[in-house]
Design a protein around this ligand. Structure first.
Ligand code: NDP
Length: 485
């Protein structure tokens, strides 16, 4: 048997993937890899399930019952799923519990959407009744990253099933353990066999084979922008829709008139939660010039006080990064900031101490004195790294804040309502948080402007993403129809 550790060893003949616990380097679990040769059978099974299970024609309120049962199954195993996710990708246990809650809420929400979503009876322009229907695509590929497995899996699987599709889920090989659990729970809840299958393996192998497979009719992807572009190219060539939720370099903005205690707390939580491994992490801090030194000093003090610890330690605030190779990538990013002239105000290294030696830990890092054009102000670190920049007036702020390829999210702290409105409208971002940060609920659309993605997940439109509109005309005329002109 050939064995592979996360994505650190690439070998196309490997058939077992070992998930390494980044807290201590131990083995969290193993899964069988799917070979590209097996993919045809997986896709065939999905189509068979789609065509023969009755799922796509099941009345939506009956699909809703099943989705509720999946939510019940997740709820019944919340603690073990949270523990598994903690071992799989190193997130603090409290965050992992929150992710399972989010997944449960997502299944319940899409059960509700099934019950309530409406289509249109369109204005008549002739002797007929015209209306729209939502039809599933058939087989949908859902490709998810390693940072929040169960939550991201649910964000795609629940609405795709709610719309009547069969789903093939491909998790990251760095966090492969949760997706099979979700599939097992769904099956136990009564989802017909084959409607939710999981394929495992490296993205460039099994992931790209899935994207290119002629039996896959729609692709939903969350991950890095470079991978998203590659998937978008293939989807464009194949003319299948692709929903892409990609990276960000989100500006978090503090004006001088803000409630600074709240702002500073949110800035620190907004970047260092999940050890910065969040697409909406507020990784660029913009502080109005008149309060720059004061606010930055407070951010640094608070950052230094964060409790970096193993993910199950009491009071842990920052756990390890999801993998050792990712920790090294984050460190290279910080080294590059140093070379670009950045001043490291705290962090910039792995923490010292026996409890950290075997894990993929990295200290929360704050950097300033970089120009907005520096590569490290433009590219995503996807780790616990915050760059601080001063701004003068609103125009200067908006030019700087919009000056990256990304447009996922932003935060604005100010007590001036009209300013929040102006700046919020001017910023190129899919989500704008005013006097709050990183709220992201299943009932509100989520997605990016510019290179942060295409399409909107969550909300009622999160179901429409997985459906195609069919227009129907029912003739009402008593007389033979004239040829349309
Ligand atoms: P990727 O975009 O490479 O991975 C995301 C998912 O896509 C994984 O399941 C991966 O599989 C799969 N994948 C990789 N290549 C392909 C491909 N050619 N075709 C189909 N699927 C593929 O992210 P990384 O893990 O490499 O992280 C790189 C950067 O992306 C991060 O540093 C961060 O900047 C960003 N990122 C953004 C996320 C977000 O939430 N928006 C989440 C994760 C990363 P596998 O892992 O098995 O190779």
């Amino acid at each position: 048997m050939n064995v592979r550790l996360g994505s650190e060893v690439a070998n196309a003949t490997d058939d077992v993937i070992v998930s390494i616990n980044p807290a201590d380097g131990s083995v969290a679990g193993t899964v069988e890899a799917t070979s590209p040769a097996e993919l045809d059978a997986v896709v065939e099974r999905a189509w068979t399930a789609f065509r023969s299970s009755g799922w796509p024609t099941l009345l939506p309120h009956r699909r809703a019952l099943l989705l509720q049962k999946v939510a019940d199954g997740l709820a019944a195993q919340k603690e073990s799923l949270a523990q598994l996710q903690m071992a799989d990708n190193g997130k603090p246990l409290g965050e992992c519990r929150g992710m399972v809650d989010s997944a449960i809420g997502t299944f319940r929400y899409y059960a509700g959407v099934c019950e309530t979503i409406e289509t249109d009876v369109t204005p008549r322009r002739g002797d007929y009744l015209s209306f729209t229907l939502l039809e599933p695509f058939g087989v949908v590929a859902a490709i998810t990253p390693w940072n929040s497995p169960i939550m991201n899996d649910a964000t795609k699987v629940a609405p795709a099933l709610a719309a009547g599709n069969a789903v093939i889920l491909k998790p990251s090989e760095d966090s492969p353990l949760l997706a099979p659990e979700l599939a097992r729970i769904a099956l136990a809840a009564g989802l017909p066999e084959g409607l939710l299958q999981v394929v495992q393996g490296r993205g460039p192998e099994i992931g790209s084979a899935l994207v290119a497979h002629p039996g896959v009719r729609m692709i939903s992807f969350t991950g890095g922008t470079a991978t998203g572009r590659a998937i978008g190219r293939v989807a464009g060539e194949r003319l299948v829709p692709a929903a892409l939720e990609l990276g960000g370099k989100s500006p978090h903005i503090v004006f001088a008139d803000a409630d600074l205690d709240h702002a500073v707390a949110a800035v620190v939580a907004g970047i260092f939660g999940s050890a910065g491994q969040s697409c909406v992490a507020g990784s660029r801090l913009f502080i109005e010039a008149s309060i720059y030194d004061d606010v930055l000093a407070r951010v640094v003090v608070r950052t230094k006080s964060l409790r970096v610890a193993p993910p199950d330690a009491p009071g842990v605030e920052v756990g390890p990064l999801a993998s050792f190779h990712h920790r090294d990538r984050v460190h290279r990013f910080v080294e590059r900031a140093r070379e670009e002239g950045g001043r490291i105000l705290c962090g910039g290294a792995a923490p010292a101490g026996d409890e950290f030696d075997a894990g993929a830990y990295y200290l929360p890092t704050v950097i300033d004195r970089l120009g907005p054009e520096a590569l490290t102000c433009q590219e995503e670190a996807f780790g616990p790294v915050l760059v601080a920049l001063p701004f003068g007036d609103e125009q200067d702020l908006i030019a700087q804040a919009n000056g990256t390829a990304f447009g996922l999210a932003c935060g604005i702290w100010s007590d001036n309502f009209k300013r929040c409105w102006r700046v919020g409208r001017a910023l190129e971002a899919g989500s704008v948080w005013v006097n709050t940060y990183k709220q992201s609920v299943t009932s509100t659309p989520f997605g990016g402007f510019k290179s942060s993605g295409l399409g909107r997940e969550k909300g009622i439109d999160g179901l429409r993403l997985y459906a195609q509109v069919k227009s129907m005309y029912f003739g009402l005329h008593e007389q033979p129809l004239e040829v349309a002109r």
